[in-house]
Design a binder for this molecule. Structure first.
Ligand SMILES: *Cc1c(COP(=O)(O)O)cnc(C)c1O
Length: 239
């Protein structure tokens, strides 16, 4: 069995086992393959194994990969997600690519995305990113709004024509037990869900902590390393 195939099977098994242990249906957890830094050929190879949803953290890299794969019928129906910091001037590009944006963390970004979506006559699926605390990321930045500010931002997104609020996204703080952090996330999600019943998605869990995220109710896990291998350190920057 080839490396990607073996990794994909192992990750799916981890998700299924965590779901069963939590008394959840494994079908209620979707896998996003985070392909940042990996070539388009790896995306095509994983797509050939049945993986349909992929994520990048930089608009430029995503644009390049989509261009490389254009014309490849086997990847034409892939769904792309953006999980890194997005600058307002990338809003139109994000809309053109019809990505799901997981990292909306401020009103001006939501406004820019909504404007671009309206101009294109589209509705963009978005998540509000929650800052669960901990040290800054590898690039010194940390996306997300503090939990207390999430309901107001969620209200603003939900009220935006051109945007559809799908739920919340978060990264567990580094160097901490992810379980209590994901439990805090689940609390905020329950509050948001009470006001916006359609925003039920919870995007949480990466290679190292997907079990804890599934236990806390994640409906989407974002996995890079466990599928593709280790990335060089400098590559985790958003945009
Ligand atoms: C890179 C990245 C992931 C995937 O992380 P792995 O540890 O490689 O699985 C998930 N979410 C975000 C926001 C990322 O930037």
């Amino acid at each position: 069995m080839d490396r990607l195939e073996e990794n994909l099977r192992a990750v799916r098994e981890r998700i299924a086992a965590a779901a069963r242990a939590a008394g959840r249906d494994p079908a209620g957890v979707r896998l996003l393959a985070v392909s940042k830094t990996w070539p388009a050929e790896d995306v095509a190879a994983l797509a050939a194994l049945g993986q349909r949803e992929f994520a990048e953290n930089r608009v430029q890299e995503l644009t390049a990969k989509v261009a490389t794969l254009a014309g490849d019928a086997a990847t034409a129906d892939l769904r792309w997600h953006l999980v890194g910091q997005v600058q307002r001037n990338k809003a139109a590009a994000a809309v053109r690519l019809d990505v799901v944006v997981h990292s909306v963390d401020r009103v001006p970004l939501a406004e820019a995305l909504a404007r671009a979506a309206l101009t294109a006559g589209r509705v963009l699926d978005v998540f509000v990113q929650v800052d669960l605390g901990g040290p800054p990321g590898r690039d010194g930045a940390r996306g997300g709004v503090p939990p207390g500010e999430v309901p107001a931002l969620a209200d603003a997104v939900a009220a935006s024509e051109g945007l559809r609020l799908r739920g919340l996204m978060a990264v567990a703080p580094r160097g901490e037990d992810p379980a209590p952090a994901f439990a805090r996330l689940a609390d905020v999600a329950a509050r948001v869900c009470a006001d916006h019943p359609d925003a039920r998605e919870l995007s949480a869990g990466m290679s190292a902590d997907l079990e804890a995220a599934v236990t806390a109710g994640a409906t989407v896990v974002r996995v890079g390393t466990a599928l593709f291998g280790s990335r060089p350190l400098a590559s985790d920057r958003g945009e």
